[in-house]
Unconditional design. Structure first.
Ligand code: HEC
Ligand code: HEC
Ligand code: HEC
Length: 443
């Protein structure tokens, strides 16, 4: 599966010229991470774990290329940013990077020769990393990764975006000037979760909306309620990760969140699109303790009090009863019966860990229906993880459903089985269809 991943990289200095800035990445299928044969030094092993938490491999590997050898094109409105080789190869890679050079690249977005990196590299998030973690990461990239020579195209943005020095202004505005500082009023677990989410995990890179300059509107909860409040990223919608009632994580328990990040699925939902890739390449490799810290932290944001409880499916649910009797007067219900009910069932409950439930599901109730439209048009496969190796797939149905059919069935789904989300219009479907079918668009 390939997909494109919007990555903001606006430049404040150029906002007048450019409006919003977003870059796209197309991560490869899950690659095997290269490992040197040498006995493992604990520092190197620690660095490998952190590299997984930072999902370095997804951006720094092109489809079919060697792990970390770069060459992945990330489309932006200004041109294409190509990820670079971060294997320890001395000429093409980062073999000559000292710990200081490496630290400056990750925290300040400067390459060894001093040139500014574009924020397609999430260094505003990595700026939060501690010295100890940077040291372990450096040890891993120098001693645990196989050096690879690989000819990659160079980043070639059109003028004036080709002037990397303009990033200095952007950095001055948006770059955090110090690593994560623990909040002494909170537990060690909470601080660990905050550190992973805001730093290596760079969850906000996809889940926090961007301002017109391309910067995350709020890089931490202290900076405002935009933090992790949901954002559209390359024609996928990354739902809010705040503890708010629909949409949000209020209906999720800590163990649901851990399950989702570890296995790619829960009793009710499954990761799809870019998140399936994040789970497969990154979060499934984290320890349950770290994932519980992440989950506990997310549950503390937004705080609308206690979590909402999911009501069991009503035996008397009107939609399910009507569908079972073949009663299809409600727009979208016939499309649902013919195309969806075989897997997701007439009561919308699906089948545990096999077909997601369409009832009481924060993805289905999302404020923005972009992901739902895209799922029906293009289909999707679940993340393949060590604990849940079967990547069950939803078929692409865009070839046989019209824009009106898709709008009807999604509106039907969003207003059935207790769902109360806004309807979807054929125009919204047409817009997403045009985007995902555009030449060069991701699949
Ligand atoms: C979301 C995509 C993304 C992720 C995740 C990411 N990078 Fe990058 N990184 C990039 C891109 C793109 C560039 C090149 C930017 C440019 O040329 O302006 C880059 C550049 C770099 C550089 C500078 C190398 C050079 O000389 O150009 C280093 C070092 C680096 N990344 C290390 C890492 C590490 C370590 C991780 C994981 C902790 C990581 N990156 C995660 C996208 C990413
Ligand atoms: C590359 C972009 C990207 C990154 C990085 C990312 N996510 Fe996601 N995430 C998404 C998208 C898109 C979705 C919607 C797909 C889905 O629900 O499976 C999503 C969905 C989720 C959901 C399900 C929410 C719901 O209501 O169904 C959770 C939980 C989640 N992400 C947690 C995280 C955490 C924690 C991190 C950081 C460790 C993270 N994500 C990083 C793109 C991303
Ligand atoms: C062959 C079985 C099958 C059919 C038919 C099917 N789906 Fe799915 N659906 C799935 C699977 C499997 C997933 C999980 C995909 C993933 O995680 O990548 C899914 C995911 C979804 C999701 C996301 C829910 C979540 O939490 O992950 C929605 C919404 C959805 N389907 C709606 C529909 C609609 C609407 C139709 C009919 C137009 C339909 N599906 C037809 C199997 C099916």
């Amino acid at each position: 599966m390939t997909w494109t991943h919007l990555r903001a990289f606006g430049m404040a200095a150029l906002c007048v010229l450019a409006g919003s800035g977003a870059a796209a990445r197309t991560p490869p299928p899950v690659p095997a991470v290269a490992q040197a044969a040498a006995p493992r030094d604990p520092l190197v092993a620690r660095g490998e774990y952190l590299a997984r938490a930072g999902d370095c491999v997804s951006c720094h590997t092109r489809p079919g290329g060697a792990p970390f050898a770069g060459g992945l094109p990330m489309k932006t409105p200004f041109g294409t940013v190509v990820s670079t080789n971060i294997t320890p190869e001395p000429q093409q890679g980062i073999g000559q990077y000292t710990l200081e050079d490496f630290t400056r690249a990750l925290r300040e977005g400067r390459a060894r020769d001093g040139h500014h990196l574009y924020p397609a590299m999430p260094y505003t998030n990595f700026a939060r990393l501690t010295d100890a973690d940077l040291q372990a990461l450096h040890a891993y990239f120098m001693n645990g990764v196989r050096p690879v020579r690989q000819d990659n195209p160079e980043t070639d943005l059109r003028w004036p975006f080709s002037m990397r020095s303009l990033m200095a202004v952007w950095n001055w505005l948006y770059l955090p000037d110090k690593p994560y500082e623990a909040d002494p009023a909170r537990s060690a677990d909470w601080n660990r979760g905050a550190y992973l989410v805001q730093g290596l995990g760079h969850c906000g890179a996809c889940h926090t909306p961007r301002s017109f300059t391309g910067a995350e509107k709020a890089p931490s909860p202290l900076a405002g309620e935009a933090f992790l409040s949901g954002a559209v990223i390359d024609d996928w919608y990354a739902q809010p990760l705040r503890n708010t009632v629909t949409p949000g994580l209020a209906t999720w328990s800590v163990s649901d969140i851990v399950d989702y990040l570890k296995t790619g699925r829960t009793e009710r939902t499954a990761a799809f699109g870019p998140m399936a890739q994040v789970v497969a390449n990154s979060t499934q490799h984290l320890s349950r303790e770290d994932l519980a810290a992440v989950a506990g932290y997310l549950k503390s944001i937004g705080g609308e009090g206690d979590s909402a409880v999911i009501a069991p499916p009503a035996a008397t649910d009107a939609t399910a009863a009507a569908l079972r009797q073949g009663e299809t007067t409600k727009p979208g219900s016939l499309v649902f019966l013919n195309n969806c009910a075989a897997c997701h069932r007439t009561d919308g409950e699906g089948a545990r860990r096999t077909f997601p439930s369409l009832a009481h599901n924060s993805a289905v109730a999302a404020a923005d229906p972009t992901s739902l439209i895209r799922l029906v048009l293009q289909g999707s496969a679940m993340a393949r993880t060590a604990e849940a190796p079967s990547a069950l797939a939803m078929p692409a149905l865009g070839w046989r459903l019209t824009d009106a059919n898709v709008a009807d069935v999604l509106s039907f789904m969003r207003s059935s089985w207790g769902n109360q989300a806004a309807p979807v219009s054929p125009e919204q479907v047409a817009r997403v269809r045009a985007q995902v079918q555009a030449p060069g668009a991701a699949h």
